[in-house]
Design a protein around this ligand. Structure first.
Ligand SMILES: Nc1ncnc2c1ncn2[C@@H]1O[C@H](COP(=O)(O)OP(=O)(O)OP(=O)(O)O)[C@@H](O)[C@H]1O
Length: 296
């Protein structure tokens, strides 16, 4: 282990379904302490799969077939299931896409934040309770004591997402995976939530892997970007460079398809079908080569 490990290092990660359908193809990326990296691409590109693989919450049918994931220098693949789960739970947290399904409907908000702090992080009930109130205050929830006594259905979608953000930041994780955290919300609430995550991220210096399909969000929140297509990295670059000097045709097409970044006089342009077909052709070739390598 090096003295200054990356917060996260994903090396040649391959993830597939049982019949061999590849969902992630040789994905590599790094995340430094305090850095925000956006994972961007269209629906089905495999953005969420990367976050799920890192957190060890892949769907049952989906398996890591190759590659390594190092969290603060610890190679997760070499740990026993129990050690891996506790290692991940102690240093990483998730802000999910849908704040309603992520909360237990029959449990009050207070225990939903406090119990994991006691169970996973070994804090006393008093310390955990104080920290929960502090975090609810920092996510601008007006009456934290009352909210702790509420059930999820008594709160709005925006409030529920604020609570999940508070819960994610409460144990001071080194890494947060934010999986399209604003997609399920109204447009005005989306902006507030994005601002809030950025604010807390800056204050705490937590590294964030931010899954989004929205280039506008990429520009606002990240310093680095990984562009994905069909489970494969098309481009990895600093955010500024992605917008000023995109190298890959797919990145250029994604930017052109984002209304605020496209020339406003031009019609809205989705990624051209011819480019998609060409990229799929390249990927088929890659898959054949990968099959040959594995068969050896
Ligand atoms: N539970 C599952 N079982 C099998 N395949 C799945 C499962 N969930 C997702 N997939 C497949 O894995 C691929 C990547 O999905 P993923 O959710 O990572 O995409 P994404 O880029 O996050 O897109 P979205 O924005 O739609 O969430 C897709 O082809 C999807 O169909």
């Amino acid at each position: 282990m090096s003295l200054h490990p990356h917060t996260l290092e994903v090396m040649n990660l391959n993830v597939a379904l049982p019949r061999g359908q590849r969902l992630l193809r040789d994905v590599s990326l790094t995340l430094e302490p305090g850095e925000v990296r956006a994972l961007v691409g269209e629906s089905g590109a495999g953005k969420s799969m990367i976050g799920k693989a890192v957190l060890g919450i892949l769907p049952p049918a989906v398996k890591v077939t190759d590659g390594e994931i190092l969290l603060e220098g610890r190679n997760l693949g070499t740990l026993t299931d129990t050690t891996r789960r506790t290692t991940v739970a102690k240093s990483a947290a998730l802000i999910p896409q849908d704040p309603l399904t992520a909360l237990n409907p029959v449990k009050k908000i207070g225990p939903q934040i406090v119990d994991p702090l006691i169970r996973i992080h070994g804090w006393s009930r008093d310390t955990a309770g104080t920290k929960a109130l502090d975090l609810l205050d920092r996510v601008h929830i007006r009456d934290p004591k009352r909210v702790m006594e509420s059930y999820p259905h008594e709160l709005s979608g925006g409030m529920r997402q604020r609570i999940l953000i508070a819960a994610a930041f409460a144990p001071s994780p080194r890494l947060i995976v934010a999986d399209e955290p604003t997609t399920a919300l109204d447009v005005t609430v989306q902006k507030q939530i994005l601002r809030l995550i950025r604010e807390l991220q800056r204050e705490t210096g937590t590294a964030v892997l931010f899954v989004t399909h929205d280039m506008g969000v990429v520009a606002k929140i990240s310093q680095k970007v990984t562009v994905l297509f069909a489970g494969k990295v098309m481009e990895d670059a600093p955010t500024r460079q992605i917008f000023t000097d995109p190298q890959h045709p797919y990145t250029r097409a994604l930017i052109a398809a984002t209304p605020s970044y496209a020339d406003l006089n031009r019609p809205f342009s989705p990624v051209p079908a011819s480019l998609i077909a060409e990229l799929h052709g390249d990927i088929r070739q890659d898959d054949l080569r990968y099959g040959e390598v594995r068969a050896r």
